[in-house]
Every structure is written in C-alpha cells, then in structure tokens.
Design a binder for this molecule. Structure first.
Ligand code: SF4
Length: 434
C-alpha cells in the first residue's frame, strides 16, 4: 500500500516514488530534484495507478522536451487494428505520449488495450467520447454524463485528460462580439461551446471542477487544461479570447494544486513567430510554471500538406522559450486523418523541433549525439552516422539511391568533398581532384 495519492502528493510529503527515480535517471537529475519540481507543479509525471506497463516520463520546461502523437479512429477511418499498428510504430519512433482521440464505435476496448500494451503516457479528451459512449445527441447529455465519462477514463487507466474547463458563458458573448476569423478550432472546445449554447447551462467542466479534481486525485490522472480558444489562424493569435481563457486556466491550475492534482496547460495554436516567446512567458507567469503543452504553434497558415514543417518551426521556438511538451502535427493536418506515413513525418518533424530546443535550453547531454554525428561525418563512418540519425532509414535510402564512386565522399561534391580534402590536407597527403 502506498501512503500517497498522486505523484504531487507524494512529493509534498517528501516521498520519492519509483516513477520519480525513473524520471531522474532519464534526465540526468537527482531523484530529490525531480521530487521538488513535482511538488511545485513545475514537472508532472503522468502515470495513472492503473497503467501498470508505463515507463514514467517527466514533463517540465527544464527537462527534455516531450512529444505527443494523436491517434484514434474516426467515422471515415474506423479500423482499430490499423490504429494499434500506428500506435506501436509511433512508440518505436520515439513518441513520449499517445492521445487516443477516437470518435467512432465502442472506444473502451481500444482504450483498455492501449493501457495494457502501450508503455508511454496515454491521454484522452473525454468530451469526444461522451457523445459516442452514450450514443445520444450532444444537447441531450447532462453535466453528470460528462463527469461519468471522465471517471470511466480514469478507471480505465488513462494518464492525462484534456478538459476544456477554461471557457464559460462569458466566452459565448466574447466569441460573438470579438469576431475572430476562425472562431473556435479546438474540437473539444467547440463541443463544450455548442453544448452551452444549446442548453443555456454553464460549462460542466468548469462548474463541477471540484468533483473532477476528486476523480483525478483518486487515480492520479493529470489534467491537461485545454485551450478552447487557441488561435486557429495567425490573425486570431494572442487576442482577448485566448488570453482571457489563459487567465482562467491559471486560476484552475492553482485550484488543482490545492488538491495535489497534477496539471499541464495547453497552448496555441497558430502564432506568428514574433509572438511565440511572449506567449510562452505569459503562460509561465499566469500559470506559475505549470508545464506548457503546445499544439504547434504553426507559424503560417498557407502550407496545407506541409504543416508538420510549419509546426516544427513554431514548436522549436516555443520549446526553446519554455514549452515542455509538443503535440505533433502531420502533413495531413487540416486535410485528412493521417496515414502511417503522415504519422512518421509528423513524429520526425516534432522530434527535430524538440531536440533542437533541448540543445538551445542546454538540457544535460542533449548535444552529445550531435557531437557523435560530427565525429562520424568527419571520418566517413557511415554506420555510426546511421546510429546517430533521427531517421536512419531515410538517410540510408537517399545515400544508396545516389551512391558515390568513392566511399569517402557523397555524390553531392564527389572529389571536391571539403571533408575529404581537409582530412588529407591535415594529414599531409596529396589531394587528387581530377
Ligand atoms: S561530398 Fe560534399 S556534401 Fe558530401 S560529405 Fe563531402 S562535403 Fe559533405
């Protein structure tokens, strides 16, 4: 029997949990350092007590930047076996978390299979599941129905849940008066907004927040405070709706911490590059250092088909400026449910963004692998280069496709290879070019 409820409760009691030890090893920190950061809410360890196979990871701006992969079936693409294959492929490619955003069929068997087999953090958005779980129209659901689905996910073993607690009835007027270009683009946020509009009632995730905190405390489910008003285009970035919601998320963070419930705060969205660092700083101030989980940010609106790149640019900047957790974006964003290749492209782009930010943030040992790569490149040790590469398969395939005549070059410059010339020059050897 453990004598604590959540990781935060344990940390505040001075207890070092096995999960804190695991995180400390992974991050080159002492268990005491991790415990103190968890106690302050600056690091979360999303690890539901019922998720037995999890390898615990810490999320916090001073730790390695983590990446999340969204998966799950939809009405148009409903094969759960294909989705499970994508999940395991994503884990093998380095995903730190999987969010199951399934919006069709009986979601519980898939969720339970994830909890049994998937070793990374698992997240859900219970408001999506509410409609399909009850098979009733949104307007016919009650506040209690929503809360019961949160409880179901907590009991099933989900490690974190996105809850759109930050919009209230006041937001309805704000959205109408403010005339945003893209209104609300958060799927969960739009459902909560629609439910409030149709029923005339207050946001149940806000109104019954204390009850939700009790559920999360019991199972150690981390709340990911959803940003319903995240900007869906550059023109809506950093506007009144977004900032007003963020202020409320700060208040809700404090209330969760009072009950030892761990919290992450979700952030934008589509944001011009010159506003990204400011957004990170405002979040850190208003939410008192709670880990920031950003969905992008996408730095331009005009690249459908390439939004893994627009978001990797924004994600790298955001993480370097303090974001702790990046939600991947695939080339299919705004267009379709991602297929296996889209998922791969999205993961690679996010991993590049996260790693680049970790180097800028001087995360311990983050640059070791870059140094190894440089050494391998200098001596043309191709096998070592593949070992260091984020995507060795693609790197190998490109080299094999356009193989050079001499192994100590590549087909880009051939015998004009600068690396080869310098190696030979410094060794006092003759450099044959022609
Ligand atoms: S041939 Fe050119 S591109 Fe290729 S390894 Fe040498 S310097 Fe680099």
């Amino acid at each position: 029997m453990t004598n604590y409820t959540t990781q935060m409760d344990a940390a505040r009691k001075g207890i070092i949990t096995p999960q804190m030890e695991e995180v400390a090893r992974d991050e080159y920190r002492t268990p005491e350092e991790i415990r103190d950061l968890v106690a302050k809410g600056q690091v979360v360890i999303c690890a539901n007590k019922n998720h037995k196979c999890i390898k615990a990871k810490g999320v916090g701006s001073m730790l390695k930047t983590k990446i999340n992969v969204n998966l799950g079936v939809s009405r148009d693409c409903k094969d759960y076996n294909v989705e499970m294959e994508k999940v395991m492929a994503a884990v093998n490619m380095g995903a730190d978390a999987i969010m199951d955003l399934s919006s069709h069929g009986n979601t519980q068997p898939f969720r339970k299979k994830l909890v049994e087999e998937c070793p990374v953090m698992l997240g859900t958005v219970p408001v999506y599941d509410s409609v399909i779980h009850y098979q009733r129209d949104l307007s016919e659901l009650t506040a209690k129905d929503f809360i019961d689905v949160i409880r179901l996910h907590a009991e099933d073993g989900v490690d974190f849940v996105t809850l759109h607690c930050g919009i209230t009835r006041k937001t309805i007027d704000q959205i109408k008066n403010h005339k945003r270009k893209m209104n609300i683009v958060s799927r969960g946020g739009s459902l909560v907004f629609a439910w409030m509009s149709m029923t005339g009632e207050e946001n149940p995730f806000y109104e019954y927040y204390d009850e939700i905190l009790e559920i999360c405390r019991e199972h150690d489910v981390t709340i990911s405070l959803g940003d319903a008003c995240r900007p869906g285009c550059l023109a809506d970035a950093s506007d009144v709706c977004q900032i007003e919601e963020l202020v409320r998320l700060g208040e809700l963070t404090k209330r969760a911490w009072e009950k030892d419930v761990q919290v992450m705060v979700e952030g934008p969205g589509h944001v011009p590059m010159d506003q990204i660092a400011a957004n990170m700083k405002i979040q850190q101030t208003i939410c008192m250092g709670a880990p920031f989980y950003v969905l992008g940010p996408l730095v331009t609106d005009i690249a459908p088909g390439y939004d893994h790149i627009t978001s990797a640019i924004g994600g790298a900047m955001a993480a370097a400026a303090g974001a702790a957790f990046l939600c991947y974006v695939t080339p299919a964003e705004h267009l379709a449910l991602p297929n296996v290749d889209d998922v791969k492209q999205g993961i690679i782009a996010s991993k590049i963004a996260a790693h680049a930010a970790d180097i800028a943030k001087k995360i311990p040992h983050a640059m070791d692998i870059d140094n190894k790569m440089a050494d391998a490149r200098r001596i043309f040790d191709w096998d070592k280069q593949w070992e260091c590469a984020i995507d060795p398969e693609t790197a190998k395939a490109i080299r094999a496709d356009r193989a050079p005549e001499f192994d100590d070059t590549c087909s880009m410059c051939g015998k004009f290879c600068a690396v080869r010339s310098m190696n030979k020059a410094l060794a006092g050897e003759h450099i044959d070019i022609l």
